[in-house]
Design a protein. Structure first.
Length: 117
């Protein structure tokens, strides 16, 4: 099982980034997918959720209207489009897969997003 995030980097406030998480080793469309983030000195927090077939999405209040989660089940990939980035969006972003049938729960290694001028 692997979840590999990519797309992080350094961006100025107001800029955009698109994170990707490529999944392998499990049946992707049997898993809800989440993006979490963890800023230095803070607890990991849930950013966005998408259901296993993509019909339902949810967002943390802090990112609503700025971030969009999506998935392509044909490519076993989940995305996080991040627009209007703020300093406080700086964090390591993690991809998480949670089975709709079992307690299986997988994590990626994280990708750093830094918003700085």
């Amino acid at each position: 099982v692997q979840l590999v995030e990519s797309g992080g980097g350094l961006v100025q406030p107001g800029g955009s980034l698109r994170l990707s998480c490529a999944a392998s080793g499990f049946t992707f469309n049997n898993y809800h997918m989440m993006w979490y983030r963890q800023a230095p000195g803070k607890e990991r927090e849930l950013v966005a959720t998408i259901s296993n077939v993509g019909y339902s999405t949810n967002y943390a209040d802090a990112v609503k209207g700025r971030f969009t989660i999506s998935r392509d089940n044909a490519k076993n990939t989940v995305y996080l489009q991040m627009n209007s980035l703020k300093f406080e969006d700086t964090a390591v972003y993690y991809c998480n897969a949670r089975s709709i049938w079992t307690r299986d729960d997988y994590w990626g290694q994280g990708t750093q997003v830094t918003v700085s001028s």
